[in-house]
Design a protein around this ligand. Sequence first.
Ligand code: 0RA
Length: 635
Amino acid sequence: MSKQTYSGKDIQVLEGLEAVRKRPSMYIGSTGPKGLHHLVYEVVDNSVDEALAGYCTAIEVVLHADGSATVVDNGRGIPVDNVPKYRKSGLEVVLTILHAGGKFGGEGYKVSGGLHGVGVSVVNALSSRLDVEVKRDGKVWAQSYEYGKPTGPLQAVGKSKATGTTIRFWPDDSIFETVDYDYDTLATRFRETAFLNKNLKISITDERELEPRREEFKYAGGIVDFVKYLNENKDTLHHKVIYFESEADEGHAEVALQWNTGYSDSVLAFANNINTHEGGTHLEGFKNALTRTINDYARRQGILKEKDDNLSGEDIREGLVAIISVKLKDPQFEGQTKTKLGNTEMRGFVQSAVMQALAEYLEEHPKPARTVLTKATQAAKARAAARKARELTRRKGLLESTTLPGKLADCSIKDAELSEIYLVEGDSAGGSAKQARDRSFQAILPLKGKILNVEKAGINRALSSEEIQAMITALGTNVAEEFDLSQARYHKAIIMTDADVDGAHIRCLILTFFYRYMREMIEAGYVYIAQPPLYKVAVGKKQQYAFSERQLQQILEGLAEGSKSNIQRYKGLGEMNPEQLWETTMDPARRTLLQVTLDDALAAEKSFVDLMGDQVEPRREFIQRHAKDVRFLDI
Ligand code: 0RA
C-alpha cells in the first residue's frame, strides 16, 4: 500500500462523508423522524435490489433496545475483493464512497436511483457506529465503522457456506432529533415492499419492548394480494382480482385491480418499488387505457347509446382499488417530492398493455364487466346530481366563506399562514379551548360528537351534514373539484380529540373527511393532530405531564425514593382547565403536533376502512388490537 496515494484518496472520501454529516438533510431529506426511518429504508432497499436481481429471498429487520437497527439479507453479499481504483475492498468502497453502490452492481432494475438510493455510505456517515458482516466465498467477513470511518481492517472471522449481508447501525443521536423508530411506520413500508416483490420475505422484530413484537410479510400473489388486502373489509363488485403484466424494451409493468361498492378510489402507482405519490406517465397510461377501454366496451355492448356522453374517468374509477407497478432501467423522478415518474415511454407502454389486456378481460368476463359498468353509470348520475346540489348550496351561500359558521370562534389576524384552527371534539372541550387559546392567531371550531362518516356516504349527503358544512366554510377551501388550496383560511388545521376510543374514532372520521375531500390540505402539510397529555403527575407543588405510558413510567422511576405522587389520568380534554390545556396542548412553544402526511396513505386508508368500513368484525378487531395502546383505552 503506498501511503501517499492512500491518504490522498482518504481525504477525498472523508470530504464526501463529511459533507453528509454537515448537511444531512440534503441526502436524507430531514434529521427528524422521516430522515431516521430513511436510514433503514436505504439499507433495506439495497437488499431489495439483490432480490430484484434474483439473488435474495429473505430480509430481516431487527430494532434493538439500544437504538440500533440490524438488516440481514441472504443476497450475494457485498463484494469483499480489492477495487484497484480505490485500493480498498469493495465493501469499504460501498460504505465510504457516496453513490458507489451502483457502480459495480450490474445492469438490473434497482430501487435505488430514485428518491432513495443515496447509498449505504450515507447511513454509515450518519451512524456513530456501524458493524457489517458479509458471508461470501465460503467465509464470514467483518468490519466496524464509527462516524463513517473504519475502526480496523476488513477481516475474515469464520467460515460459512451461506451468502448474505448483515448491517447493524447506531444512528448518531447528535444528528437526529429522535432515534426512536416507529414500528408501525416501518412495518407498513415493509408490507408494501413485500407486496411489490412477490415471494420476497421481509420480517421485522422489535426488541425494544419487554415483549418483542414480530411480523413476517411474504406474498405469493404479489400485487394481487396487495389489492385483496386493500379491499379486505370492503364489499367487492367481482370476486377475482383482475391481473395482467407485460414485458418489453421499455421495462416491466404489472397491474392488479378490483372494484368495491364504495365511493372513493385507491389507485396506487409504483416505479421500481417507489410509491409515486405524485403519479406520472405510468399512471396516466393506466387511466387513459381504463377510460378508453371501458367506454369502447360500453358502446359495443350498447350500454352507452350514440347520443350518450362518454363515462368520465372519475366515474369509472369510483370504488376502484388498483396497483400499477412498473420496473424500468433508468427511472426519472420529478415533482415537488420527487415522486412523479417522468419517463415518457412508460405512458404508451402501460397504456397499450392495459388496453389490450383489459379489453380481453371484458370480452371474456361479461358478468363483472356489466356490474362495473352499471356502477360507473350510477356514479355519473350521482356526480351530476351532486354538482347541481353544490351549485345550489353555493348560490345559497352555504359553502361561501362570507358566512362563517356560528360556532366558530375565529382568530383576529387575517394572515392564513400564521393562523390555526382547532377542530375540537365536543362543546365542553370547545369551551375550554376557547378560553385557553391565543385569540390573535388561534381559531376554535367545536364539532358535535361523531361527525358523518363520509366513507359511507356519497358526496351529496356529506355536503348536507351540518358539521361538515361548518368545517368546509371555516376552512375556506371548498371541496372536491371546487377545492382551492389558496383559499385556505388557516395553514394549520389541528384535530383535537379525547384520548379514548371515541376520540380515536372521531379523529378517524375527521381524517377521512380530509383524505377524501381535501386531500391537498394533507399534501400541503396543513393538517395536524394535537397531542394532549394522558397523565398529570403531581409531587408536592411540582407538576409533570406524561404523553405516553412509557413516559409515565420514566417520570415515576425518576422520583426520589418515598416521595408521594398524585397521578391524574385525563380521560378527556374537558378534565383539563384552560390553563393546563394551553400549556400542554396549545402553546406553540410547548406543544407537540403530529403532522398528518400522505406518506402512509396506505396505513390511513386501511385504518379508516378497518374502523369504519362495511364490515363489523374488523372494527372490533381494530379496537381490541389497539386496546393495549393507552391512547385508545377508555378506563
Ligand atoms: C455491490 C455489488 C453487488 C452487491 C452489493 C453491492 C450488495 C449491497 C448490499 C447492501 C445490503 N445488502 C447488499 N447486498 C449486496 C453485486 C455482487 C456480485 O456481483 O456478486
